[in-house]
Design a protein around this ligand. Structure first.
Ligand SMILES: Nc1ncnc2c1ncn2[C@@H]1O[C@H](COP(=O)(O)OP(=O)(O)OP(=O)(O)O)[C@@H](O)[C@H]1O
Length: 294
């Protein structure tokens, strides 16, 4: 499920603070030179996310996974990250979300001008960062609507807005179900409990629509979806895109990128972004595989 960068589930699961030692990064630089792949610069004022030389290891084993990632995202852009299995895509996403399994060892991440790496996962979420995970978690005993209401109110509090009570919130959320083609009774079911794979993915996008995130990371949102569900999910994502928010999608397949048009496609290899371009990259990969660009 998603929480954030606003993945509400993530916030729930990570309600304990991450030790300071796991959160910081800028002091230690990766020993490996990074491959800087900056997207063309327009202006610095519309910068949403700026990742520079980001390195990270698995917290437990200290195994390096990210080895100098560079990425710049501006408002209104859609970025797709592709790459072979095990190249570090999900790790990159989870590090941005503040996942405690990883320790940042170098580099910096600015989000809306703030040092993202100094923020707790909950702070990242309430600052409009949403993350949808490959395998959304189930939360027994918590209904979807209560969960969404809680996450939505957390964001409203952060924005200095009054919270919505259950009735008002129902009025807000019900029309959004249409966006993802979900039946109203999904609101009363426990979060993701007994949901099919496709229903879980739709539920992720419902959360995204409800939370109105500014930066959404969608990790393989297309996996396990049938053709109709893929179109529904893509339509919903397109429906929430504005000139003010941005999306980072991790995917293996051209089919998703034909529905949600990316501004840039990046290829990750061995913990770095090694190539950036347009949809042509995905077409070449589809036809010839990674050997064509390695
Ligand atoms: N918590 C962890 N514990 C042990 N190994 C991990 C952990 N997280 C990531 N890894 C390892 O780091 C490498 C990168 O994993 P990651 O999930 O980021 O790859 P990916 O590019 O998203 O792959 P895929 O396309 O298969 O989803 C893999 O070898 C993986 O086994």
């Amino acid at each position: 499920m998603a929480t954030a960068f606003f993945s509400p589930t993530f916030t729930l699961r990570n309600s304990t603070s991450i030790p300071q030692s796991r959160r910081r990064s800028c002091l230690v630089r990766s020993s490996q030179a990074s491959v800087a792949v900056e997207t063309p610069s327009s202006s610095t004022t519309d910068l949403l996310l700026q990742v520079k030389d980001l390195s990270a290891v698995i917290a437990e084993s200290k195994q390096p996974i990210l080895k100098g990632v560079n990425l710049t995202v501006r408002h209104g852009e859609v970025h797709a990250v592709m790459g072979k299995n095990g190249s570090g895509k999900s790790t990159f996403a989870k590090v941005l979300a503040g996942h405690p399994d990883y320790e940042v060892t170098g580099g910096s991440v600015l989000y809306k001008g703030l040092d993202l790496l100094e923020m707790e996962p909950e702070e990242r979420a309430t600052a409009g960062l949403f993350m949808s995970f490959q395998s959304p978690v189930e939360i027994p005993g918590v209904s979807n609507i209560d969960f969404l209401n809680m996450a939505y109110n957390a964001r409203r509090r952060k924005l200095g807005l009054p919270e919505l009570g259950p009735i008002e919130f129902y009025g807000y959320v019900a029309p959004k179900l249409e966006l993802v083609n979900m039946k109203i009774d999904f609101l009363n079911r426990n979060v993701n409990e007994g949901f099919s794979g496709g229903e879980k993915k739709r539920n992720e996008i419902l959360q995204l629509a409800v939370l109105g995130a500014e930066f959404s990371i969608l990790d393989e949102i297309d996996s396990g979806l049938d053709v109709d569900a893929l179109q529904d999910v893509a339509k919903a994502v397109n429906g929430i895109l504005t000139s003010k928010n941005s999306v980072l999608m991790i995917t293996h397949y051209l089919r998703l990128l034909e529905f949600i048009k990316p501004t840039y496609i990046h290829v990750m290899e061995n913990g770095r972004i090694v190539k950036t371009g347009d949809i042509t990259i995905a077409k070449v990969l589809e036809k010839e595989g990674y050997k064509a660009i390695s």
